[in-house]
Design a protein around this ligand. Sequence first.
Ligand code: PMP
Length: 304
Amino acid sequence: MVVEPDADHVLWLDGEFVPWRAATMHVTAHHYGYGVFEGVRSYEHEGAVHVFRLQDHTARLFRSAKCLNIPIPPQYDPRRLEEVQLELLRRNHLGDAYLRPFVFYGGTAGLSRNVRGLPVHVAVIALAWRTSEPARPVALRTSSYTRGHANGVLWKAKANANYMNGMLALQEAQAAGADEALLLDARGFVTETSGSNLFVVRNGVLFTPPLELALEGITRDTVFSLARSFGWTVLEKHLTRDDVYVADEVFVTGTAVEIAAVGQIDGREPMNGAPGPMTRKLRAAYSALVRGRGEQNREWLTRV
Ligand code: PMP
């Protein structure tokens, strides 16, 4: 989880590095949630700090903006925003950290639903990250909220407003004593959780839902790559909730959660609540990869 910043902390807003507390917005800044963002991790290992898949996260930020038709000012091209993210880590003396770039509308015309002519703001924050150890298997609960139609909001975009669906589901799941919500679509197929993609293992094969109504997770993609490097088969398949109930192993993936075993789903316990062997192998490989231990996929690491 992120650590609250101290008084010297800086962030980046519209081209300037500014003190954390000085980064204020007028109250009329657009409030409908028309914006996009990213979540990126850096890791410190043996004195070296690396950002994991920085270019892929930045590319997704620009794809998200394109999807929503938000014109990112041309002076903030991907290379510039990547450099800003690295510089924020340096200026704030961060090692294990979480970065969040944002693109959103501001401006006094912000009470309208019409965003034409509103200024587009670009900001990046970086906060220290503390991992809670030991990692506890996640308890999931199938949500009463439905993950919406592909032609409603656009799920390829990591868009602020898209999160309302998942946040309602998360609140409901937590009120029922679970950690996370499992969202089904209107047909009853599994999509993802409120903040991660989902995989199940059955007879040694990995399955994950296709990306119609789920975010194109970068950790999901990393799992594809790791699994294939182990010679495992990984398939995209429509999954129902009972596919999850009868799976040998279930795990979720995301930049923040990394690869986390699911120990409970609606009161059923895959692997009796403990992480399964394939989940454990993936977790260990991921942990080595993101910290720059080992030789594989070094192109995914950017040295700070
Ligand atoms: N789905 C949702 C809704 C998410 O918020 C996230 C976290 N960004 C993911 C999936 C996983 O994406 P990634 O692996 O790129 O962090």
